[in-house]
Design a protein around this ligand. Structure first.
Ligand SMILES: [Ca+2]
Ligand SMILES: [Ca+2]
Length: 262
């Protein structure tokens, strides 16, 4: 076979192309291997790192198993608050029990309905103004007109403040019997005009106030049964505020409410 110069150069060109192509293809291979190795490595290292997550699922599987006792712990934790004293029970813990000392009581020993701040409105009017559901107009000698009041003891609403009494939540006689007998006249006056705590005095119908008279919760509760827990709680707060004692029957009544009232 005779090959001319042209065909030789063509063959040479082909060889050169094949050689260059082989160089590039073989040069690619290590790169491919390299890139393929690194995924394999990450793939192989991934299972390795997965082996710990794989182990952690087992842990987390046991975690729910240990988590199942946890709900039991929280259930015992939810039982604890049930065993914890109610708000009223905590207050009851501050009460001091003593027999009543009834001798020597006179209502006049408690000077009440003074005008402590000298604004022309005595304590009774101050309470009516403070507790009005619709504010009255105050004029002249602290005359109240146009207001509206609600008696929570018996759920009665009025627009005539003369229908309402301002009740000493802990009656003066009850206060006397449970410690005020030993107070100074000034302290008794402060008690009888206590505007420093909203529970000490309350505007209610004159009829409910007179029904209550000087009785404690053992012997009298408001006809509004939905208010009983608030009533007993406020009673206890006033007793504590003034360091007044409770008699044993009174304490038993309050404790009964303490079981259910918060
Ligand atoms: Ca006043
Ligand atoms: Ca009592």
């Amino acid at each position: 076979m005779r090959l001319n110069r042209g065909s030789l150069s063509a063959i040479g060109g082909l060889i050169a192309i094949v050689w260059v192509a082989s160089i590039f293809s073989s040069a690619d291979e290590p790169v491919e291997q390299g890139t393929s190795t690194s995924p394999t490595q990450t793939a192989s290292s991934a299972p390795a790192s997965k082996s710990s997550p794989v182990a952690s699922p087992t842990v987390s599987e046991t975690a729910p198993a240990t988590a199942s006792p946890e709900p039991k712990q929280t259930s015992t934790a939810t039982q604890k608050p049930a065993a914890e004293p109610t708000a009223l029970q905590e207050l009851i813990g501050q009460l001091v029990v003593a027999s009543e000392q009834g001798a020597g009581y006179d209502r006049d020993l408690f000077r009440h309905w003074i005008d402590a701040d000298g604004d022309g409105c005595n304590t009774r009017r101050e309470v009516l103004i403070a507790e009005a559901k619709i504010q009255p107009t105050v004029s002249g000698d602290c005359d109240l007109s146009g207001g509206q009041w609600y008696s929570v003891y018996d759920q009665v609403t009025t627009t005539d403040p003369s229908d309402f009494d301002v009740d000493h939540f802990v009656p003066l006689k009850e206060a006397w019997d449970s410690g005020a007998y030993a107070w100074s006249s000034d302290k008794r006056k402060e008690f009888a005009n206590d505007l420093g705590f909203g529970g000490s005095l309350i505007a209610v119908t004159a009829s409910s106030n007179r029904s209550k008279s000087d009785r404690d919760p053992t012997d009298w509760l408001p006809s509004n049964s939905g208010y009983h827990c608030s009533y007993v709680t406020t009673w206890v707060k006033v007793k504590i505020r003034w360091g007044l004692t409770v008699d044993s029957a009174e304490l038993a009544t309050i404790k009964d409410f303490g079981k259910t009232c918060n």
